[in-house]
Design a protein around this ligand. Structure first.
Ligand code: SF4
Ligand code: SF4
Length: 342
């Protein structure tokens, strides 16, 4: 019975792949998909909890494990290569269902890679168990570093070093105002272990002020030194107004009801598919101007045209990339990432 079901699924998938290519609208590049699951159980209580505080996410509905299975199945039927980033409002590995679904995704033919995030609060042995059966070559892990919650920093770093040996790995820090002064030290310590570190701007209210817009000049000076790139600094610390964006063309946002939108910024984003019903997404025919004043939805700003003009990804991790003109800038300092008009 199970075999028959698998065969049936293969046929459906082949049909959609063929259908997509016949229509000649299958995008050529790997498509970035952010699947925001709303799984919201966590073993930490970070004072900022950007995952829970981001009101713009409220357009999505609650965690629904039945929907999860259907959406994951339809993701594997999409007729092009995809890089799926799983979003959570809690700790990813506290959900067996989510772990199992992501494992299946990592094994699917059309899935180029899966990106997942954890607070790295478990032992390496536990991570080995969680990740058993995943296609490791397609699995990228980001660990969020939460200074107020980590009990044993040395142990945390040891687990990070173990995971780094086996997976495409990076650490994310949060630009929470009280922690900004410590970020550079933390970053230096982690990069000393060969770990790549990026910083996400704080989105939320602190002391009655709304961030990231409320960063002071002094805070921005410090943030400039720790942000992964000029791009991240401009979007997260300076709230740069985005221009043309590939969201809806080569990048999609899927919520827990299966709704597919260009990005996760809010209700202005039109619906371009429903993965609860079928594996069909109607992508736009090219980049479009962003309708928002700033792109503050996690790292979705990597979908902008200005990003791809100036940076390129270095692997399967959606957070890791380099400045395209790094070599040229060595000869012509005016082309330095921080000197150009951005
Ligand atoms: S680990 Fe993440 S989800 Fe959990 S409390 Fe901290 S910020 Fe929130
Ligand atoms: S720039 Fe950001 S907010 Fe604007 S469309 Fe792109 S992903 Fe969405």
């Amino acid at each position: 019975m199970r075999h028959l079901k698998n065969v049936q699924q293969q046929i459906i998938r082949k049909f959609f792949m063929l259908f997509g290519s016949l229509k000649n609208n299958a995008p050529e590049k790997i498509i970035n998909i952010r699947f925001y699951t709303n799984f919201n159980i966590c073993n930490y209580s970070c004072p900022y909890c950007i995952a829970g505080q981001n009101d713009k996410q409220n357009m999505t509905t609650r965690w629904d494990s039945a929907n999860l299975d259907q959406i994951i199945q339809n993701l594997t039927y999409l007729p092009y290569k995809i890089n799926v980033r799983i979003g959570v409002k809690g700790e990813f590995f506290l959900s067996k269902k989510l772990t199992e679904g992501t494992r299946l995704l990592s094994l699917a033919d059309n899935v180029h890679s899966v990106n997942l995030i954890t607070n790295l609060s478990f032992s390496y042995k536990q991570y080995e168990n969680f990740l058993h059966g995943f296609d490791h070559s397609k699995t990228s892990i980001v660990a969020s570093y939460h200074p107020s919650e980590i009990k044993d920093k040395e142990k945390w770093i040891q687990v990070a070093c173990h995971i780094k040996k086996r997976y495409d790995f990076a650490v994310v820090l949060v630009g929470y105002p009280p922690f900004i002064k410590d970020l550079l030290k933390i970053k230096k310590e982690l990069t000393g272990y060969g770990i790549e570190v990026f910083v996400q701007g704080f989105i939320g209210n602190y002391n009655g002020r709304e961030y990231p817009g409320a960063y002071t000049v002094e805070e921005k000076k410090l943030l400039r030194k720790v942000f992964y790139s000029r791009h991240d600094y401009e979007f997260f610390a300076e709230s740069k107004k985005p221009g043309l964006c590939n969201a809806g063309y080569r990048s999609f946002y899927v919520d827990m009801t299966g709704m597919v939108r260009p990005c996760g910024m809010g209700a202005l984003s039109p619906v371009i598919g429903n993965l609860l019903s079928n594996p069909e997404i109607k992508p736009w025919d090219g980049p479009r101007p962003c309708m928002y004043d700033a792109c503050l939805c996690d790292t979705e700003n990597i979908n902008t045209v200005i990003f791809e003009q100036h940076y390129r990804q270095t692997g399967i991790n959606q957070h890791k990339y380099i400045y395209r003109f790094k070599n040229e800038a060595e000869k012509f300092p005016q082309m330095d990432e921080w000197k150009i008009n951005y």
